[in-house]
Design a binder for this molecule. Sequence first.
Ligand code: HEC
Ligand code: HEC
Ligand code: HEC
Ligand code: HEC
Ligand code: HEC
Length: 198
Amino acid sequence: MFTRKFERRVYIAIGVFLFAVVLGGAFGAYVLWPSNLEAGYEPEQPLPYSHKVHAGTLQIDCLYCHVEAETGPSATVPSVTVCMNCHLEVQTKDAQGRLKPGIAILLSHWERKEPIVWNKVNDLADFAYFDHSRHMTAGLTCQECHGPVEKMEHVRREYGLKMSWCLDCHKQAPPAGSAAEARGDATRAPINCTACHR
Ligand code: HEC
Ligand code: HEC
Ligand code: HEC
Ligand code: HEC
Ligand code: HEC
């Protein structure tokens, strides 16, 4: 049989091992924790594009740039060509005759025919299904899910994209006059698992 001293060493070794597993697990969860669950996320972008200027001051329609929001699953982000519809002309210079930094970056992409790779602000887990057009036909506004984008210099994530966020809205009673009410549904939108996990 083992001596008592040896036994104690084994117990200590097991204890240290378990402690390391727990700590490692917690650290792993912390590192791998999906950032898509946090509200307020505001990634750096390759050029200082302002929604406050374009959608606010200039009042350009959201759909002018996010063309598929009403017709497809993804709202899409505009190509450089869409920007150049205006910025071939609009190239305001400062008092020293220099282009604004953002415009200079835009023009260099245009000349090199290189797309601008914007960083995603909202990125839903791939195992959940989401479709913009379904929500737009139901009469929702962009702001209900994205906040007052037209007042934002840089877009930030208004809501964490948690399942509970989707469900809090879906399980509301159908608004008067909605398609869901006409169908006699108990909730505003489906809450069965397969609606979003297909
Ligand atoms: C002139 C073009 C233009 C207009 C108009 C515009 N946007 Fe955008 N939008 C962009 C570009 C470019 C990006 C990517 C860069 C960024 O995130 O700032 C973007 C990004 C976004 C994002 C974040 C996308 C992501 O990665 O999750 C949202 C949300 C958004 N726009 C909503 C709106 C809403 C709502 C309106 C109307 C109030 C609007 N936009 C008007 C060009 C436009
Ligand atoms: C019901 C909530 C909801 C509404 C309404 C909504 N969005 Fe979104 N939007 C989302 C979610 C969720 C994502 C993340 C989708 C993903 O990662 O697959 C997203 C992503 C985006 C993106 C990033 C590109 C993409 O499609 O993944 C843009 C741009 C955007 N939305 C713009 C808009 C605009 C413009 C409107 C109004 C015309 C709008 N959204 C209405 C929830 C919404
Ligand atoms: C419908 C016309 C139009 C479209 C489309 C458009 N812009 Fe603009 N943009 C303007 C106007 C007008 C200004 C303001 C001019 C100024 O103050 O210099 C401006 C200003 C800017 C500025 C300078 C902001 C500042 O004050 O520093 C940048 C950068 C810019 N736009 C980038 C873009 C990008 C990137 C796109 C495409 C995603 C785009 N624009 C699409 C009209 C447009
Ligand atoms: C602010 C309210 C709201 C939020 C937030 C919202 N939805 Fe919806 N959703 C609706 C409404 C309203 C409908 C349309 C119901 C109808 O067609 O009558 C809908 C419909 C859908 C449908 C279509 C179901 C079907 O097949 O008929 C899917 C899928 C869906 N939502 C997924 C999501 C996901 C995933 C999220 C979260 C990332 C989300 N929704 C967030 C209001 C919302
Ligand atoms: C309205 C859309 C919607 C419905 C309905 C829905 N889910 Fe989800 N679910 C989501 C979204 C969005 C996520 C992603 C959140 C994330 O990244 O963790 C998710 C994540 C999950 C996860 C991963 C763990 C977690 O909580 O993040 C599980 C498990 C899950 N759902 C199970 C279910 C089951 C079981 C049902 C039915 C009772 C259901 N879901 C109904 C949208 C939905």
